[in-house]
Design a protein around this ligand. Structure first.
Ligand SMILES: [Zn+2]
Length: 445
């Protein structure tokens, strides 16, 4: 089991956005080295080309749609001292090159943006995000559905709590899909992205029992199976492909449909050595807090007003879809391309509002964004979050990093520093964020 222990090593660091030398845990530099300009070792595991195939499991749509958006502007040129340049002695460096340092007195916190994806079982979207991350400094978190480590032929090796063997709310893939999915996951890991869990059968209120009904024993069962499906993907399926994901690197999760109860779920997370949850949403922008027992970071998505509406919405694709096109969700046809483009722009503008709020108040609350791999509403939501990455990752003092790096950074700060950031919202006079209509323009810092 890999721990976050310091590793004394002669480190070959990747420049920001480049391939790291492996998928091992963070490294603590014991002597000054320079990251900029150092070339990472080539040929890391999983970086071989992956054949484009039919959609992998979890796709709810037909193949062939384009994932690429119409993003234009690249990132603003800026210095990024935490991902390039000299590495002070004693600094912990995450697998993506992010350097975890303590804030100096009076220094502003970095602006974190966490991009996270549930399921991550569609090759086309993997290729899209690899392409985005090749253009801007971006690493992300993928929450894998464990059933994607099985196929239609081997599905019976999974039994969801309260369900029959081989059943799930999401489809199992084909034997041909599986090596493609493993290759994409290994490539992501080799690049420094993080893989967590979206659990297995995606059981929600439409196919009970699910997250809202499960007790701690059920969550433990589900997690036990997830870890086993990852570890045994080769023997379960009679293949030689392995997933380069040690159990100790699986540190966080988001539950299917954001279901579940903390009192049931969190003990199971702790029993599996996990650090954080991203299931339970939070009002507006704020610095994350820990669970009451101090063991689990609560990194839920925000409920933030959708641009131009004043209506708070969970910052996730399906929630925007339900708000913008409720008749389509309920089976009433499809949106026109023009309407979908307008929906996409509205979501992109919402992300921009969040960034502006966080930057304006000087507290730099982390932006936590979540999507599935999907092309709902003519790809409106993939385009919106992809364009946001292309336009904002790389801006000054802005770091698009996985949850792992955010957790590492918060753990490294003095508790008083974190407490000051967490408590800042109490100074806002009842305005949780600047874009809230009653607050807009009225907050002075
Ligand atoms: Zn999901």
């Amino acid at each position: 089991m890999l721990k976050r222990a310091a590793v004394a090593a002669t480190v070959v660091l990747a420049a920001a956005g480049c391939t790291s030398t492996g998928s091992a845990g963070p490294v603590t530099v014991t002597s000054n080295v320079t990251a900029a300009g150092v070339t990472a070792a080539a040929g890391s595991p999983g970086s071989a080309s992956v054949p484009l195939s039919a959609p992998a499991p979890g796709s709810t749509t037909s193949p062939g749609s384009t994932g690429a958006g119409s993003a234009s502007a690249g990132p603003v040129a800026a210095s990024h001292p935490l991902t390039s340049g000299p590495v002070p002695a004693g600094t912990t460096v995450e697998p993506d090159g992010f350097q975890i340092r303590k804030l100096a007195p009076g220094q502003e916190a970095p602006q974190f943006i966490v991009f996270s994806f549930d399921g991550v079982g569609w090759d086309e979207k993997w290729q899209y995000w690899f392409d985005v991350a090749s253009k801007v400094p971006l690493h992300f978190t993928g929450f894998l559905s464990g059933t994607y480590m099985l196929t239609k032929q081997t599905a019976a090796r999974y039994t969801g709590p309260g369900h029959k063997a081989g059943h799930a709310s999401i489809p199992f893939g084909t034997a041909a899909d599986l090596p493609v999915e493993i290759g994409n996951l290994n490539k992501a890991l080799s690049l420094g992205d993080e893989i967590g869990t979206h659990f297995n059968g995606h059981f929600c209120d439409d196919n009970t029992p699910g997250g809202n009904q499960w007790n701690t024993a059920d969550w433990n069962n589900e997690l036990d199976q997830f870890f086993a499906l990852v570890e045994n993907v080769d023997t379960n399926n009679g293949i030689t492909d392995k997933l380069n994901l040690p159990a100790g690197e699986i540190k966080g999760e988001r539950t299917p449909c954001l279901t579940g109860h903390k009192a049931d779920l969190y003990p199971a997370l702790e029993a599996h050595g996990m650090d954080y949850d991203s299931s339970f949403t939070r009002t507006g922008l704020s610095w994350p807090t820990k669970s009451t027992d101090g063991k689990i970071w609560q990194l839920g998505m925000s409920e933030f007003p959708t641009h131009g509406t004043g209506h708070p919405q969970i910052t996730m694709d399906y929630n925007y879809y339900a708000q913008q096109e409720p008749h389509v969700i309920s089976g009433g046809g499809s949106a026109t391309p023009a309407q979908s483009a307008a929906d996409s722009q509205q979501v992109l503008d919402t992300y921009g509002d969040m960034y502006k709020s966080a930057m304006t108040d000087g507290i730099h609350e982390p932006l936590i964004l979540g999507n599935h791999f999907n092309d709902w509403n003519n790809n409106a939501y993939s385009n919106a979050i992809g364009n946001f990455a292309l336009q904002y990752c790389g801006k000054a003092n802005t770091y698009c990093v996985p949850f792992r790096d955010l957790v590492g950074w918060m753990n490294a700060q003095d508790p008083s520093v974190i407490a000051a950031l967490q408590n800042h919202k109490s100074n806002l006079g009842g305005c949780p964020y600047l874009a809230w209509p009653k607050c807009d323009g009225k907050i002075k810092y």
